[in-house]
Design a protein around this ligand. Structure first.
Ligand code: SR1
Ligand code: MG
Length: 423
């Protein structure tokens, strides 16, 4: 039996020596380590990410660190997030085949996953900042969300299996804690690691922190997030967690996976499209972004529509779990009863999705972890103008979510706010 080695972070210099005997890696890239080229490309907030190229191919080696990379070792974070990422990826692959990178190897002790190198894919956020219109993202992401969220719930799974999975992911405590604080609470008080474009946004920040309706709504959403263990979520589905080409879309990085409300992934994702929309004004140095703005709103419409349609299809064809059993409806000839229940469920997802989207917009502008969409706008006045509009939009959809009935209504509001001269 080989002794378990203590965890040690990889580096560009040590990776070939450490993984040169790894059969999975060698079978994908070639075993002549002298020909391996290693680059560290991690630009996320938490982990190390290496691209390793060999004589016969390339692979990605992702390793968790025992702390938050963005902050440093003053903020410890357990290595077990890599275990949750690995298990989430295997479930996503089973529930939405082809939507995530293939896994070649997982080493729990070293908290590392060796996986498919996606090329020539780039991070969706970067593509949107560059003004690229990706034709397939709405359909691919809408399908991914519907399939993973439906098939990971009691609508589809055997209750025993889902409860076992719920127990497994319940241990992802520290990453949930990040979301619970960073998304739902920190933006609304003077939390230690908050930052915002200052002084331009100071007045608006003070108003939001004093906004009782908004704070109550954010806490109601936090309650739903923490208490409604409906399905296995990706948990961090933003445009930085998606890799794209014109013809392919892959979701990556589900280390925040846990059982939560269906609406959470959908809201996070759409919020990132709306933020991309509000940030476009800051990226017009090389020409107007009018068509990009139209494209981004169209993407929200199509994503929501694909999600709804596929979720409804799965409801009608794969509702094999303990919820809303067919024996109560279709088997008694009551197809309309099942449709009524579906309608209720989608309505709830819609309403909560708007809330989650609103607070996600706020935390990316006021909290610790900002978005490159806004951060790459060098002119601070211009950046603050874009951010202020997004903040106003986020507040509106979070607080008034029960009175908003269609995505067209949301997008009309976004377009009106975006055109305002004064904020
Ligand atoms: C301290 S981690 C900050 C953020 O980065 C991740 O991507 C998540 O979005 C998290 O909230
Ligand atoms: Mg991530």
């Amino acid at each position: 039996m080989t002794a378990k080695l203590p965890f040690e972070a990889l580096s560009v210099e040590t990776l070939a020596a450490r993984l040169g005997a790894n059969e999975a890696l060698c079978s994908h890239i070639g075993k002549d380590t002298a020909r391996w080229k290693v680059r560290e490309v991690g630009d996320g907030n938490l982990n190390l990410v290496f691209i390793v190229e060999g004589a016969t191919g390339a692979a990605v080696v992702k390793q968790a660190l025992p702390y938050v990379r963005l902050v440093g070792d003053s903020w410890p974070l357990p290595l077990k997030r890599s275990f949750f990422e690995y298990h989430a990826l295997t479930r996503q692959q089973a529930r939405a085949p082809g939507s995530v990178p293939a896994i070649h190897h997982f080493d729990e002790g070293q908290a590392l996953i060796i996986m498919e190198y996606l090329s020539p894919h780039i991070i969706l956020r970067r593509a949107l900042i560059e003004g690229r219109q990706l034709p397939k993202i709405a359909r691919d992401i809408g399908l991914f969300m519907a399939r993973t969220l439906f098939r990971g719930s009691d609508l589809h799974m055997a209750a025993k299996d889902r409860k076992a999975d719920l127990a497994l992911f319940a241990d992802n405590v520290e990453l949930c804690d990040i979301t619970e604080n960073l998304v739902f609470s920190d933006p609304y008080f003077d939390a230690k690691m908050n930052r915002h474009t200052s002084p331009q946004l100071d007045r608006i920040v003070a108003e939001l922190r004093a906004d009782r309706d908004l704070k109550v709504e954010a806490q109601r959403l936090k309650h739903i997030f923490a208490a409604n263990a409906e399905t296995l979520l990706h948990g961090d589905l933003h445009s930085g967690s998606i890799m794209v080409t014109d013809t392919e879309t892959r979701m990556i990085d589900p280390e925040f996976a846990f059982y939560g409300p269906i609406a959470f992934d959908v809201g996070m994702l759409l919020a990132n499209f709306w933020m991309a929309f509000f940030s476009q004004r800051g990226h017009e140095q090389n020409g107007k972004r009018d068509t990009m703005r139209v494209y981004l709103l169209d993407v929200t419409v199509e994503t929501w529509s694909v999600f709804r349609t596929e979720f409804s299809h799965l409801w009608r064809t794969e509702r094999t779990g303990m919820l809303y059993q067919k024996s109560l409806f279709e088997d008694q000839g009551d197809r309309l009863g099942a449709e009524q229940a579906l309608d209720h469920m989608l309505h709830q997802v819609w309403t909560d999705m708007l809330g989650f989207a609103g607070v996600e917009v706020h935390r990316r502008i006021l909290g610790l972890a900002h978005n490159a969409d806004f951060e790459t706008i060098a002119d601070e006045d211009l950046r603050a103008t874009c951010e202020a509009k997004a903040l106003k939009f986020g507040r509106h959809i979070a607080v008034n979510r029960r009175q908003i009935h269609s995505i067209d209504e949301v997008n009309k509001l976004a377009a009106v706010i975006e055109r305002e001269n004064r904020i």
